[in-house]
Design a protein around this ligand. Structure first.
Ligand code: TTP
Ligand code: CA
Ligand code: CA
Length: 662
């Protein structure tokens, strides 16, 4: 645990000689207390686990943190720990290539479900069973829940605002929490504003050392900016950074995982910050450093600017650099990109983002699917998969609080793609899920079998190249924030969860395969969505992502087996077929909401960064490489490259020395 920084207790009183006012007002302070997304004192953090699946396997298997390890799916790698990355191994490598680079590499295959088996398991021969196995991401999802529980336990319940952004990352809006700490440390801020006027400026914070400890502090573009007195935004971000450091220490202490974090005034910047220095570090982007931080990026590296939109902008304005795009007036952007998009782009490259941190979004449907190459041709074979789908979906229902009747699906749907790989007609049947009695795995299995039976009765339906079971029409039990309950899984729910999923590492849980069914295009999207939704699925990307079939064709795909957060969520309670309104332009995934689609783009974006970092294109940065830079003293990296120093940061960040006023 870190000690709080030392501050002088007195702020300069109004009217004192040389009295200088803060640029912030009492109203801004009130906005901080209410976590307003437009508050200039706002503090948001993005926390991302380092080489997540690899760390889960290392902890599960008790592998020392300096041993190179990668997580394998079929012949590909989906996660690589930092010691293995030091050998040049990345997700682009096949297992064979990786072993050539590092003969000692531990390649752990993901757990799989196997046709006919009722449980998922870690199987030594999984890699050779692409035709009969289906990847289970349950171990990672369970660890994700435990990590979220630690994060939420660590933050005051009434002040917390945590958004799960993918399987290994969260956004946390720390504003309200920071406000409380701020008032404890500076009680003078709790006094009413002069003349009771909230637009009155605050007194300046005391000129004392802001102790940034081991944070990576992003440099400023001028020495002068560093010499400017710290204002309250520096103080709030510092307090936020202390909170995050403690959260990260708790995750390490309780679960033995390291993570990296960004601390800044919004989601956009905090997300860029968490990726800035890895592993096991946190990067602080003070408001005064934002422009300098961003100007070093290619804008194509920024969330949602990596795809078609970024390409279009670089073509039209003939640059990929944020620094050059900054000089383009808004009118000129508007004339080329349309109003909404240009405002968004204009703000984004200036680090302006007022999007909310949304506590968990509610799932509208769940889907479990498998593509068959070669196709299957009997009801017996299909039934074995239905059992797996039922177990898979049931496990996620448990997570959704269905057992406490918080939310309950109303309908089930079976899709059956007839014919050889990729081609053929899709048949589907839907039925209501009986209300009034508890849903269990057996009930879902029975429903699925009934639906299969109905399809089979149509005659001449075999062979089958893709099968999927989906449920939808969730009815809300508890309104508002699902919040903590879904993750903490305490008391009776924990018992049920234990009974149904058992340990993540024992057979008996459920799978996480969520695969997009046939997608329907929607072309009526305006603004930025235009760039995120249209475009043919990129099959090459799919193959690279390590789908369970070598080269999926046709609308149905199995390519998303290991993609975090890919959930196809049909809209409407009685949909006929799952409809993904927002298609990923880069892979076959589809989403029901723009938000989910954006999150998925982030995931591609992170993935691209990894690939580009490998060839040194990621980010024009003056910082030392992640592997050799500083990290906190209290936490040892579980996934640090060999021979890396542990403990103190190697060099003081520029801003750290410059902010010593005390
Ligand atoms: P990431 O957070 O993108 O990567 P990472 O945690 O492995 O590494 P880093 O330290 O750079 O954050 O993804 C989280 C997990 O999602 C990752 O461990 C495995 C899974 N994943 C895939 O299965 N395939 C992919 O292409 C990507 C990008 C991630
Ligand atoms: Ca990660
Ligand atoms: Ca991530």
């Amino acid at each position: 645990m870190s000690s709080p920084p030392r501050f002088f207790r007195d702020s300069s009183p109004a009217g004192a000689p040389g009295y200088k006012r803060s640029q912030f007002t009492y109203r801004h302070l009130a906005q901080l207390a209410s976590s307003s997304s437009t508050c200039p004192l706002r503090v948001v953090s993005h926390i991302d686990l380092d080489c997540f699946y690899a760390q889960v396997e290392m902890v599960r298997l008790g592998i020392p943190e300096d041993k190179p390890l990668a997580v394998q799916q079929w012949q590909g790698l989906i996660a690589v720990n930092y010691p293995a990355r030091a050998f040049g191994i990345g997700r682009h490598c096949t297992v064979t290539e990786a072993r050539q680079l590092c003969p000692d590499l531990i390649a752990q295959h993901v757990a799989t479900w196997r046709e006919g088996d009722e449980n998922f398991a870690y199987r030594p021969d999984a890699a050779e069973h692409i035709a009969t196995d289906k990847v289970s991401l349950d171990p990672y999802r369970l660890e994700c829940r435990r990590i979220l529980a630690v994060i939420k336990d660590h933050l005051p319940a009434r002040l917390q605002k945590v958004e799960k952004a993918s399987i290994d990352e969260v956004f946390v809006d720390l504003s309200a929490h920071v406000y409380e700490i701020l008032l404890e440390r500076f009680p003078e801020l709790a006094r009413p504003p002069p003349y009771d006027d909230p637009s009155e400026q605050l007194p300046m914070p005391p000129l004392s050392a802001l102790d940034w400890q081991a944070d990576a502090l992003v440099d400023l573009d001028s020495e002068q900016a560093e010499l400017d007195d710290p204002d309250w935004d520096d103080v709030t971000i510092l307090i936020g950074s202390e909170i995050v450091r403690n959260v990260r220490a708790a995750i390490k202490e309780k679960l033995h995982y390291t993570c990296s974090a960004g601390v800044a005034k919004n989601k956009l910047l905090s997300k860029l910050g968490s990726a800035h220095k890895k592993p096991n570090q946190q990067t602080v982007i003070r408001n005064r450093a934002v422009q300098h931080f961003l100007s070093e990026f290619k804008f194509t590296k920024i969330r949602n600017l990596g795809g078609k939109l970024g390409e279009e902008i670089s073509r039209v304005f003939n640059t990929e650099l944020v620094s050059e795009l900054l000089s383009v007036p808004i009118e000129q952007l508007k004339s080329r990109l349309g109003d909404d998009t240009s405002v968004w782009v204009y703000n984004t490259i200036r680090g302006i983002d007022t999007s909310e941190v949304n506590p968990r979004t509610q799932i509208k449907s769940m889907l479990s699917a498998k593509s068959f190459r070669p196709s299957i041709d009997s009801r017996e074979q299909a039934t074995k998969w239905l059992r797996i789908f039922a177990a898979d979906i049931f496990s996620r229902l448990v997570e959704e609080g269905v057992l406490e009747n918080k939310r309950r699906p109303k309908s089930a749907n079976l899709h059956f793609r007839q014919g050889a790989a990729g081609g053929g007609q899709t048949r589907s049947r839907q039925m209501s899920i009986p209300q009034g009695k508890p849903i269990d795995e057996e009930m879902l299995f029975e429903i699925a079998k009934t639906l299969l039976c109905q399809i089979a009765q149509e005659g001449r339906v075999w062979p089958c190249s893709n099968l999927s079971l989906s449920i939808g029409g969730f009815e809300d039990g508890i309104t508002g924030n699902m919040g903590i309950g879904a993750f903490l899984v305490k008391g009776p729910e924990a018992q049920v969860l234990k009974a149904t999923t058992r340990s993540a590492f024992e057979p008996g849980g459920a799978g996480d395969t969520v695969q997009p069914p046939e997608k329907r295009r929607r072309t009526d999207e305006g603004g930025i969505q235009r760039f995120l939704t249209k475009r043919e699925a990129n099959r090459e990307a799919d193959a690279r992502l390590g789908s369970d079939v070598a080269a999926p064709r046709g609308g149905a795909s199995s390519g998303s087996e290991h993609m975090p957060g890919v959930t196809v969520r049909p809209s409407g309670p009685h949909h006929q077929a799952p409809v993904a309104a927002h298609l990923c332009s880069r892979c076959p995934a589809g989403f029901a909401s723009p938000e989910e689609s954006r999150e998925h783009q982030d995931w591609h974006f992170a993935k691209d960064l990894h690939e580009q970092e490998r060839v040194g294109l990621a980010l024009v940065s003056r910082e030392p490489a992640a592997a050799s830079s500083s990290h906190t003293g209290t936490m040892r990296s579980a996934a640090a490259p060999p021979k890396r120093g542990v403990g103190r940061p190697k060099k003081t960040e520029r801003g750290q020395s410059k902010l010593n006023f005390g």
